[in-house]
Design a protein around this ligand. Structure first.
Ligand code: ATP
Length: 221
């Protein structure tokens, strides 16, 4: 369980919305939705500890901080960094290894498996500055699969990608949920949220409302 109590999120002591209180159940598939600029990414980044809360708390029951993985927005990443796809995806092994620890045979197999899952095995040695937007997103998703953390926070995993990539990533997200992962994603596609997500955190007019999704389409789920 992630318990959020009177959490004030924002920057330089300036709140972006009213204090937030609610719970994210372990094993749930939750979407954070709301209009542009309302604070969705700020909430996600605060939950994973990337930016400090102004006040209030998030407490984790049965989860350690290291058990949280994060899928960033592509725009937050330096795409000119001289590194290839395999190297980025293998970073998913780092939380389980000591600094400068070499990749084991098992690690390499896991990276290869993840590249297969997102169907970019042929791009393994490609420099990241030569990837299309969709290929880049698939690579970031492969890194998340390698990391295999119990809690996964995703900032707009479907932004700027084509329908095939969307369907592939959605299918992988649903598989991860079925395997018991706790997933929280910032999303804009309301019909996708209503069809597949078990819980919805609505940010609007400076308020956050935590809901169970009663419209969940059980057939497609
Ligand atoms: N680094 C920052 N420093 C100061 N203010 C910021 C920073 N990042 C975002 N903001 C502001 O915080 C508010 C919330 O931004 P946030 O990115 O969380 O919104 P969002 O709901 O994710 O929006 P979108 O749907 O457009 O991605 C906005 O007013 C934004 O301008």
């Amino acid at each position: 369980m992630i318990n959020i109590t009177e959490l004030v999120i924002g920057y330089q002591n300036k709140a972006v919305c009213h204090p937030i209180s609610g719970q994210i159940k372990l094993g749930s598939l939750s979407a954070i939705v709301g209009p542009n600029g309302v604070g969705k990414s700020t909430l996600l980044n605060t939950l994973c500890g990337l930016i400090p809360a102004i006040s209030g708390t998030t407490s984790l029951t049965h989860v350690a901080k290291k058990d949280i993985a994060w899928l960033p927005q592509k725009s937050n990443i330096d795409q000119d960094f001289p590194i290839n796809v395999f190297e980025v995806v293998s970073m998913g092994c780092w939380p389980r290894k000591s600094l400068f620890g070499r990749l084991s045979k098992k690690d390499i197999q896991r990276v290869d498996w993840a590249l297969q899952q997102v169907e970019i095995t042929d791009l393994k040695k490609t420099s990241i500055n030569r990837l299309s937007g969709g290929q880049f997103q698939r690579m970031l998703f492969a890194r998340l699969l390698v990391q295999d953390a119990p809690v996964m926070l995703m900032d707009e995993p479907f932004a700027g990608i084509d329908e095939d990539t969307q369907m592939l990533i959605l299918k992988l997200i649903i598989d991860l949920h079925r395997k018991g992962k706790t997933i929280v994603a910032v999303l804009h596609d309301i019909s996708m949220v209503e069809n597949y997500f078990t819980h919805i955190i609505r940010l609007n007019n400076g308020q956050a409302v935590f809901e169970q999704n009663n419209n969940l389409n059980q057939v497609s789920h």
